[in-house]
Structure formats: structure tokens, C-alpha cells
Write a protein of this length. Structure first.
Length: 179
């Protein structure tokens, strides 16, 4: 697995924009086509996020929950705006669970999601181009890798490097003696 990068995010945004534009050209702009394209693009992005995360557990559960939420929104025939909101919210939840290390970084990520959605809404309003709206949303999302994260493993203020190394060495010797 590779880490999520800005360059990969830009490439993914371009791929999604082209795929979405082609899908809309082929399927038309019917509500069913819009739901299908939104669900497929959001699902693909969630798969990308799960693939590039460092987490070793919960990926299958996150995928199943995303698919279940998407299916429920589809079957409930919610308005397209709410359908898009459900998928954008799911993207944010996956990124918050798998990439954010603190509440402030999750809130910054939420701001990035909102900014991307606003940019996509502006693009679709001005140009009437679904491909450009998709490009705008996912291009803004490629910046999420730049959100600062807290260090996961901090030593307490009174603990110095020597004590930490000493404890590690003692634990290692105990393990070797137990074998």
C-alpha cells in the first residue's frame, strides 16, 4: 500500500472528472444516472482512501457501512442534493477515522470537504458541466494530505529518551529470556 499524496489526488481528480463526464454523456442527466455516478465516484474514492490508509483493521466494516448507507439513500429515493450530501459525509467520516489524528485536523478536513462541495456547486452553476464540477470537488480534496496531524506517539514531558530506550531494552531482554 502506498500513502495518499497530493499528486495521486490530482491524478485521481482528473480520472474521476473524465469518467464522470463520459458517464453523464452516455447515461444522460436523469436522476437515476446522477445517483449512479455519484455513488460510483464516491465509492471509488472511499476505496482509494481505505487502500492508502495505514490502518490495519476496520477497512471491510467501513466499506460495508459505506455501501449500506449508499444503498439506503438510493432506496429511500432522497432528493439528489441529500444523496450527494450523504456521500460527501461518508467521505469525510472515512477520512476522519483513518487519517485525522485529532479533532482539529478532522474539523479542518470537514472545512476542506465543504470548500470542495461549494466549489463544485459554483462550477456546475456557472458552466453546467458535471465533469468540471467533479474535477473541482476532487481537486480540492487532493489537498487533504497537507492537513497537519498531531504526533501519534508523544513522550511525556518528564520522560527522556534514555528512560524510554532503557525500558525498551529491558522488555526485549525479558522476551529473549522467555523463549
Amino acid at each position: 500500500m502506498s500513502r495518499a499524496t497530493f499528486t495521486a489526488g490530482v491524478g485521481l481528480a482528473l480520472l474521476f472528472a473524465v469518467a464522470g463526464a463520459v458517464a453523464f454523456a452516455v447515461l444522460g442527466l436523469s436522476p437515476a444516472a446522477q445517483r449512479l455516478v455519484v455513488a460510483l465516484l464516491a465509492g471509488s474514492y472511499v476505496l482509494y482512501l481505505l487502500w492508502t490508509s495505514d490502518a490495519k483493521v476496520g477497512r471491510v466494516v467501513a466499506g460495508v457501512l459505506f455501501c449500506s448507507g449508499s444503498a439506503l439513500a438510493w432506496l429511500a429515493e432522497v432528493p439528489i442534493g441529500l444523496f450527494v450530501f450523504v456521500h460527501i459525509g461518508a467521505i469525510w467520516l472515512v477520512r476522519s477515522c483513518y487519517f485525522a489524528t485529532s479533532v482539529p485536523s478532522a474539523l479542518l478536513d470537514l472545512g476542506l470537504i465543504v470548500l470542495g462541495a461549494a466549489g463544485a456547486a459554483w462550477a456546475i452553476e456557472r458552466t453546467q458541466s458535471p465533469g468540471l464540477a467533479i474535477w473541482t470537488f476532487f481537486l480540492v480534496q487532493s489537498v487533504f494530505v497537507c492537513i497537519p496531524t498531531a504526533t501519534r506517539y508523544r513522550h511525556s514531558a518528564d520522560e527522556d529518551a534514555f528512560q524510554s530506550a532503557r525500558r525498551t531494552a529491558i522488555a526485549t531482554v525479558r522476551k529473549m529470556g522467555a523463549v
